[in-house]
Design a protein around this ligand. Structure first.
Ligand SMILES: Cc1ncc(COP(=O)(O)O)c(C=O)c1O
Ligand SMILES: N[C@@H](CCCC[NH3+])C(=O)O
Length: 438
C-alpha cells in the first residue's frame, strides 16, 4: 500500500489523512467526499518555489487551476505566494472572488471571448497568454476601447509533444494551441503585438503535455524557444524577458509512475536554460512554470461508500460505490489507473479482487478494474488515492448526481471548502415547461 503525504493507518486500522480519521470524515461530511491533504499541497508549492529562490533565478510558479478550481484552493495558493493560471471567465471570477491578487493571474485559452479579455483587463490581470491571430485582433480592440495597457506572453508550439515517457517531434500540425514557432507564425504574432503601444510583450509560453516524468521535453522546448529569442534579438532588436515552460510535471498514480521531485524538475530546467541563454549571448530570462496536477493531484483522495456487488461467475465481482464517472471521469476518458484501499479495513489482508464500478448508467463507468481488497461489505469506505487533479474540476451532474463536497484536512482539523450540491441545487436553474397556445 502506498500512502501519500500525511496519510497513515491509525490504531483503529483506519486510513487517516491530515490527522483526521477518514471514517469520521465520512460520518461528518458524507460520501462521495474529496479530501485534500493541504500540508502536501504546501510542500509541493514550496518545492517548486524555493528551488528557484535558492538558485537565485527570477521566477513565477503559477498554479494551473484547471486541475482544481475553488475559492479555498486559490486562497491557499495565494498564501503560498504562487501565481495563478486561469483559462476562462469562470476561473478568473472565482479567483477574484477569492481575493487572489489580479497582478499574479495569467489568462490562458485558445478561444478567449472579447468579454473575457475585457474582464481580465478591468481586473488588472498580470498577463494574458495570447494564443492566436484572432485573439490579437480582439485584444487590440479591447485595449484601445478601455485605453489600458496589458502584458502578454506569446504562446508557441515548439514542435515538441510529450507523451508521458517519450518525446515526439511533431512539427506543429496537430495542436489547437499557440503559434507555430517554425513556420513564421510566431514571428508575425510578435510583430503585430510589438506594433501596439498598449501591449507589452513580456515573453514566450509553451506547454508540451501532461504527466511527464523527465526533463528532456522541457529542455528541448527551451532550446527551441531560446534560439528563437536570439533570432528576434538580431532581427527585430527585441529580447523577451520571460520564458514560460508550462506545466505537466507528473505524479505517482500507481507503481508504474516514477515522477521526479519538484526541485529536480526545476534544477535541471534552470541549469539548462542558463547554459543555452549564455551560449546565445542572452540574459537569463525569468522562468515561469504552471504546475497543476503535481501541486494537488496526489494530495486528493476520494472517499466513497460501498453499496451493491455483482458476481459474474468465473469472471469478476463488481463492487459498486456511490459515485463514479460523475466525480472522476479520468478512467473512462483516458483509461487512467488508480490505487485504492478500504479505509475502514486498512490493516486487513487483501483476499479478493474487485472491479470497482460507479453508479452511473454506463457500462464504462468503472473506476478500477482489478483491485485487490479485503472482503468488502456494504457501508465500507473505499478511498481512491490521487484524485486531487482533474477530479472535482471535471465532475459533472450526469444522471443528475450531485457534485460531492470538498474538505481540506491538516493537523487533525477538517474544513469544509466546497459544500455538497443539494437536490435543490440541481433544479435551481431549471424553468418550467409552458404549453404554447395555438
Ligand atoms: C497551458 C497549460 N499550463 C499548465 C497545465 C497544467 O498541466 P499539469 O496539470 O499537467 O501540470 C496545462 C494542462 O495540461 C496547460 O494546458
Ligand atoms: N484533464 C487531463 C489533463 C489535461 C490538462 C489540461 N491541459 C487529465 O486529467 O489528465
Amino acid at each position: 500500500m502506498h500512502l501519500y503525504g500525511t496519510g497513515q493507518i491509525n490504531e483503529q486500522g483506519n486510513l487517516e489523512i491530515g490527522g483526521c480519521d477518514t471514517v469520521d470524515l465520512v460520518k461528518e461530511f458524507g460520501t462521495p467526499l474529496y479530501v485534500y491533504d493541504t500540508a502536501l499541497i504546501k510542500e509541493r508549492a514550496r518545492g517548486f518555489k524555493q528551488t528557484f529562490e535558492k538558485m537565485g533565478v527570477k521566477a513565477q510558479v503559477a498554479y494551473a487551476s484547471k486541475a482544481f478550481s475553488s475559492v479555498a484552493i486559490y486562497q491557499l495558493m495565494d498564501d503560498e505566494g504562487m501565481s495563478l493560471d486561469v483559462v476562462s471567465s469562470g476561473e478568473l471570477f472565482t479567483a477574484i472572488q477569492a481575493g487572489f491578487p489580479a497582478e499574479r493571474i495569467h489568462l490562458h485559452g485558445n478561444n478567449k471571448s472579447k468579454e473575457e479579455l475585457s474582464m481580465a483587463l478591468n481586473y488588472g490581470i498580470g498577463c494574458i497568454v495570447v494564443d492566436n491571430f484572432f485573439e490579437i485582433e480582439l485584444l487590440k480592440e479591447v485595449v484601445n476601447e478601455v485605453q489600458m495597457p496589458v502584458n502578454i506572453l506569446i504562446r508557441v508550439t515548439p514542435g515538441i509533444e510529450a507523451h508521458t515517457h517519450d518525446y515526439i517531434l511533431t512539427g506543429q500540425e496537430d495542436s489547437k494551441f499557440g503559434f507555430d514557432l517554425n513556420n513564421g507564425q510566431a514571428d508575425r504574432a510578435l510583430q503585430l503585438c510589438l506594433e501596439q503601444p498598449l501591449i507589452t510583450v513580456l515573453g514566450v509560453h509553451c506547454h508540451i503535455g501532461s504527466q511527464i516524468f523527465e526533463t528532456t521535453g522541457f529542455i528541448l522546448a527551451a532550446d527551441k524557444i531560446v534560439g528563437k529569442m536570439a533570432d528576434w534579438k538580431k532581427s527585430v532588436g527585441f529580447t523577451p524577458t520571460v520564458l514560460n515552460l508550462g506545466g505537466g510535471f507528473g505524479i505517482r498514480y500507481t507503481e508504474e509512475d516514477e515522477p521526479l521531485e519538484p526541485y529536480q524538475y526545476v534544477e535541471k530546467i534552470v541549469h539548462h536554460v542558463q547554459d543555452v541563454a549564455a551560449n546565445n549571448e542572452l540574459d537569463m530570462p525569468e522562468i515561469w512554470i504552471e504546475p497543476g496536477r503535481s501541486l494537488v493531484g496526489d494530495a486528493g483522495t476520494t472517499l466513497y461508500q460501498v453499496g451493491s456487488t455483482k458476481d459474474v461467475p468465473d469472471t469478476r465481482t463488481y463492487l459498486a460505490v456511490d459515485g463514479g464517472m460523475s466525480d472522476n471521469i479520468r478512467p473512462a476518458l483516458y483509461d487512467a489507473k488508480y490505487e485504492a484501499i478500504l479505509a475502514n479495513k486498512a490493516t486487513k489482508e487483501n483476499t479478493k479482487t474487485y472491479a470497482i464500478a460507479g453508479k452511473c448508467c454506463e457500462s464504462g463507468d468503472m473506476l478500477i478494474w482489478d483491485l485487490p481488497l479485503p472482503e468488502a461489505s456494504p457501508g465500507d469506505i473505499l478511498a481512491v488515492f490521487c484524485t486531487g487533479a482533474y477530479g472535482y474540476s471535471m465532475a459533472s451532474n450526469y444522471n443528475r448526481l450531485t457534485k460531492p463536497a470538498v474538505v481540506f484536512v491538516e493537523n487533525g482539523e477538517a474544513r469544509l471548502v466546497v459544500r455538497r450540491e443539494s437536490l435543490e441545487d440541481l433544479v435551481k436553474n431549471d424553468l418550467p415547461y409552458v404549453k404554447q397556445s395555438v
